[in-house]
Design a protein around this ligand. Structure first.
Ligand SMILES: *[C@@H]1O[C@H](CO)[C@@H](O)[C@H](O)[C@H]1NC(C)=O
Ligand SMILES: *[C@@H]1O[C@H](CO)[C@@H](O)[C@H](O)[C@H]1NC(C)=O
Ligand SMILES: *[C@@H]1O[C@H](CO)[C@@H](O)[C@H](O)[C@H]1NC(C)=O
Ligand SMILES: *[C@@H]1O[C@H](CO)[C@@H](O)[C@H](O)[C@H]1NC(C)=O
Length: 244
């Protein structure tokens, strides 16, 4: 049996059978196997059944975010009993335009990690943003691929006032991000060591969101990224000629 199909079977079997090994340790064990499977499966093309099966899993677990849907998506399950916090992990990826084609390996590792992260006790919910498709959303949050955004969103209180959401932003290395990176951040709680982000671009509480400026500013930044690189030079030379 191929190591990766053995892994899938082992994964399925161990989610069913609850034995005495704590689930966290078990999940960590799966990660070790997943790391091995990913490394050994690298030469296999993306069209191999295992890779496409993995993409399938990723597709069913994670919610794709867009400029239109992110506010409705990143919420707390209304049926949860009150003082509760919903955790969301948002993976930010991109293609040739925003990641220069370098996000493939990190995204592969993220896809491979997803089933294991989802098996963790009190698992967070998962979402993904493709900055190539959603440049305005990425600009309005001021994030770039590949990276991981960790949200702790409290349920609104009975009087509808919502306690502030805690967000932590972790840029990922394009070359050295592996399944192990996600294991450390999520299972070993390395994310708790990341300073919560409190700045202007905070998706929920940032000044730019509160005053409705995040989106206009995102358009401006997006416009600059579309501008040919020689244009600012010409503009500056015009301006300096006008002022001299
Ligand atoms: C990761 O999973 C998504 C489905 O959510 C899929 O579209 C994408 O092609 C996968 N990427 C890689 C590199 O496996
Ligand atoms: C990204 O760029 C590579 C190399 O330039 C090309 O082969 C590939 O088709 C491009 N992908 C997309 C989605 O444009
Ligand atoms: C992705 O991984 C492959 C195989 O390990 C490697 O050859 C390639 O350079 C990596 N790509 C990037 C962008 O790091
Ligand atoms: C990413 O990882 C590579 C290899 O480990 C390292 O050489 C590079 O400096 C890292 N880049 C950043 C931005 O940390």
């Amino acid at each position: 049996m191929r190591p990766s199909s053995a892994l899938v079977l082992a994964f399925a079997a161990s989610t069913l059978a609850q034995d005495q090994i704590p689930l966290v340790d078990k999940v960590k064990g799966w990660f070790a196997q997943a790391t091995a499977a990913v490394t050994s499966a690298v030469p296999a093309a993306a069209s191999s059944p295992v890779a496409s099966g993995r993409a399938k899993v990723a597709e069913t677990i994670q919610h794709p975010l867009t400029l239109e849907n992110w506010k409705e998506t990143l919420t707390v399950d209304p049926s949860a009993s009150t003082p509760t916090t919903q955790e969301w992990l948002v993976y930010i990826t991109g293609g040739n335009a925003t990641c220069f084609g370098f996000c493939g390996n990190a995204t592969k590792a993220w896809n491979a990690s997803l089933p294991f992260l989802a098996a963790k006790p009190n698992a967070p919910k998962f979402a993904v943003i493709d900055c190539d498709a959603e440049p305005l959303l990425c600009n309005s949050w001021s994030v770039g691929p590949p990276s991981l955004y960790y949200f702790q969103i409290p349920k609104p209180l009975a009087d509808q006032s919502a306690p502030a959401a805690t967000v932590r932003y972790q840029p990922l290395n394009r070359t050295s991000t592996t399944v192990d990176t996600f294991k450390k951040l999520v299972l070993d709680n390395d994310f708790e060591k990341v300073e919560p982000y409190e700045g202007y671009f905070h998706p929920f509480n940032g000044e730019l969101q509160q005053y409705g400026l995040a989106l206009p500013l995102a358009y401006v930044m997006w416009g600059f990224s579309k501008m040919p690189s020689w244009l600012p030079m010409i503009l500056i030379s015009f301006m300096s000629r006008t002022f001299m």
